[in-house]
Design a protein. Structure first.
Length: 415
């Protein structure tokens, strides 16, 4: 048994609105052990809607749609399902009574157009909508030599859709599946190498057909390993992931920095908090991105002692006390001196200095090097990394490289 999720509306296909309903529905289906094979998004066109429902009901056993159940001319879901199934639309008195009662309670006259929301494909059942005027549709479409395709049409309003799922759809699907299995997902977050290099470090882990399955995605230099497992219940499903997670740790070591929603800034704030340590930042080129990321983490402002955001090394000169000798910011040694001086000045346990960014380059040129300096009570670490790649990724990747430098140093030290 597998499912297809359909999102309906011009606002979706035009990109004016992000389709979060499909994501939410897919997660809920997974919790019931029903894998989602397809996501389809269709505009408010009757012929296209008919075709989408026809294709979905052929290739999926469960079809869940959101949107198109309103009272206006561009709400076409009920008409599309009826036309696809070759049945007429009939008025359900209980649906009409619900809609009329809702308007009466709100002391409003019901517009004639809302009556269309009481129309249902013949043979379907109504899904009660406690707080909206759009009842849902539960329809079983006969198929030759197969079990019927079960179609659930829900409103596009997220709050109504979720309430109707919890109140009706979930239990109906549990009857179909018998509660036989649960699908669980777990994300392992990594940083420090490229996607292809990391994949080579994981023997047979990302092979198609493996159980549990492991997928790999990359976003702004962060690599996420997505583990998917199924079992008779959630605990069994999650327990079956453990050997795979252990193998990932064995193969990748400190490249793994966190899990699920963890980002590098979350890890840093936790580690610094657990050590009662404070951080100072000198950002030359990253435009305050590290400062912003850490400030946005709960507790981040408690560990961030101070930060200096500069567009060039010249902007730092007014901050250098007169009794210090002239710094040569164009050298790694000068940056080391600056990081040590700022750590003392800020009275911070650690200072990260990032930048400056090297000059822009063309694809035919060799990239410049980005310097990162970590000053701490017992010494200074300097790291230079190639400053290359698409312009949109340079700043976030540089910020992550600096935070990762501190993360790795903290791993090597005790509390």
């Amino acid at each position: 048994m597998r499912a297809e999720v359909i999102s309906i509306g011009d606002e979706m296909t035009s990109g004016q609105r992000l389709d979060t309903n499909s994501q939410w529905l897919s997660e809920r289906l997974g919790e019931l052990g029903i894998p989602v094979a397809f996501h389809t998004t269709v505009a408010d066109n009757l012929a296209d809607n008919i075709q989408v429902f026809r294709i979905a009901s052929e290739r999926a056993d469960i079809v869940i749609s959101s949107g198109g159940l309103g009272p206006t001319a561009d709400d076409l879901t009920r008409q599309a399902i009826a036309a696809m199934a070759g049945v007429e639309l009939v008025e359900f008195p209980e649906a009409l009574a619900h809609i009329e009662g809702m308007f009466a309670r709100r002391k409003r006259a019901m517009p004639p157009s809302n009556r269309v929301q009481a129309l249902f494909p013949l043979g379907s059942r109504m899904i009660h909508n406690p707080h909206g005027s759009a009842p849902g549709i539960d329809f079983a479409l006969p198929r030759d030599e197969r079990e019927p395709a079960r179609i659930f049409a829900l409103p596009g309003v997220p709050a109504e859709m979720k309430e109707m799922w919890e109140g009706t759809v979930r239990s109906e699907l549990q009857k179909l599946t018998g509660g036989g299995k649960v699908i669980c997902h777990y994300r392992v977050k990594c940083f420090g190498v490229g996607e292809s290099d990391l994949e080579q470090m994981l023997p047979d882990i990302i092979r198609r057909g493996r159980v549990p399955s492991v997928g790999i995605t990359v976003s702004k230099a962060t690599i996420t390993l997505r583990i998917t497992a199924e079992g008779p219940d959630e605990q069994t499903s999650r327990d079956s992931m453990r050997p795979t997670i252990d193998t990932i740790h064995t193969c990748l070591g400190t490249l793994v920095y966190g899990y699920e929603d963890d980002e590098l800034q979350h890890v840093l704030v936790r580690e610094l908090t657990s050590r009662s340590k404070q951080l100072g930042l000198i950002e030359i080129g990253t435009g305050g991105l590290i400062t912003s990321l850490i400030n946005d983490v709960p507790g981040g402002r408690d560990v961030l002692r101070s930060s200096v955001i500069a567009s060039s090394t010249k902007d730092l000169l007014p901050l250098i006390p007169k009794h210090y000798s002239q710094f040569d910011f164009d050298s790694s040694h000068g940056l080391e001196q600056a990081a040590e001086m700022f750590r003392e000045q800020m009275q911070a346990d650690y200072v990260l200095l990032v930048g400056p960014f090297p000059p822009s380059y063309t694809p035919t040129q060799a990239p410049g090097q980005l310097d990162m300096v970590l000053a701490y009570r017992d010494g200074v670490l300097v790291k230079s990394v190639p400053h290359s790649g698409h312009p949109d990724i340079l700043r976030p990747r540089s910020a992550k490289q600096a935070m990762n430098m501190l993360r790795l140093h903290l791993l090597e030290t005790t509390h």
